[in-house]
Design a protein around this ligand. Structure first.
Ligand SMILES: C[S@@+](CC[C@H](N)C(=O)[O-])C[C@H]1O[C@@H](n2cnc3c(N)ncnc32)[C@H](O)[C@@H]1O
Length: 254
């Protein structure tokens, strides 16, 4: 049902810390774009695939009322205790039509077999004219110099792993199509680039370059070790650079 599971990681604590660090690193770039798409005017927002709730915390600080939905109770337990938290599937949200002023999802759609069903569910639970917003990436946009051999290997294996679970690792570039398919109007996409220059090489390696390896090489300590060594060398190299593209699409619920 999903390619993502907290328990698929060698260390759940490390993955939780990575999610936090990824949000801290990403939000400096993402927040102004979410604002430009009108997220902060949405009032009450459902965060679908909320995970440990870092984006929800940011939305709460910005004055939104947030409901966090996630399939995995273990990760949802880390979401803010003062938000409404519900264990549910993203493609079967347990809310009547037109419940919220907005729906938000971040790094979920690449993990689900039917992202169209999820975006359509988000549009269903938002009041007509309310905001539906999704952010995701495309694994083809991960680039680095120098190349990290285990990183390339891990991303190739990740594409197979994701597809074997029915997921689409290229979903970012497909967001507009999913929003149009959901009946949303006023659909638009912004493209952001997160680079090792903006967030620092160490953070970039941790949040963007190592997660695929940690999932697909799980149970292969030798390869995990090699991946860590290559990343360490990349971080130490002053001339190293990496970047990844994030796609933010929003539309108005029909
Ligand atoms: C990569 S994490 C992103 C978490 C959070 N949105 C963030 O940006 O930090 C993906 C989350 O989606 C959840 N998830 C995966 N498939 C799901 C589904 N079908 N329905 C609801 N949640 C799902 C996972 O449990 C996980 O918490």
């Amino acid at each position: 049902m999903t390619a993502y599971r907290l328990r698929a990681f060698e260390s759940a604590d490390r993955e939780l810390e990575r999610l936090r660090s990824q949000v801290r690193a990403g939000l400096s770039v993402e927040a102004p774009v979410y604002e430009a798409h009108g997220l902060l005017e949405a009032g009450d927002v459902v965060d679908v695939g909320a995970g440990s709730g870092e984006p929800a915390r940011w939305m709460q600080r910005a004055g939104l009322r947030v409901t966090c939905v996630d399939l995995d109770p273990h990760i949802l337990a880390h979401a803010p205790a003062d938000a409404r938290r519900l264990v549910a599937r993203a493609d079967a949200l347990p809310f009547p039509n037109a419940t919220f002023g907005g729906a938000f999802t971040r790094f979920l759609l690449q993990h689900v077999p039917d992202p169209q069903a999820v975006v359509s569910e988000m549009a269903r639970v938002v009041r007509p004219g309310g905001l539906v917003l999704a952010m995701d990436t495309d694994v083809r946009s991960f680039v680095s110099h120098p190349e990290i051999p285990t990183g390339e290997e891990a991303r190739r294996a990740w594409v197979e792993h994701a597809r074997a679970n029915g997921a689409d690792p290229h979903v970012g570039v497909r967001l507009r199509s999913l929003f149009v398919g959901s009946g949303c109007t006023d659909v638009r996409t912004s493209v952001l680039t997160v680079t090792s220059d903006t967030v620092g090489r160490e953070t970039f390696a941790d949040v963007a370059l190592s997660p695929h390896a940690r999932v697909v090489f799980r149970g292969d300590p030798e390869r995990l070790d090699r991946a860590e060594r290559e990343l360490g060398a990349w971080i130490a190299e002053e001339g190293a650079f990496g970047s990844v593209t994030l796609f933010v699409t929003s539309g108005r619920a029909p």
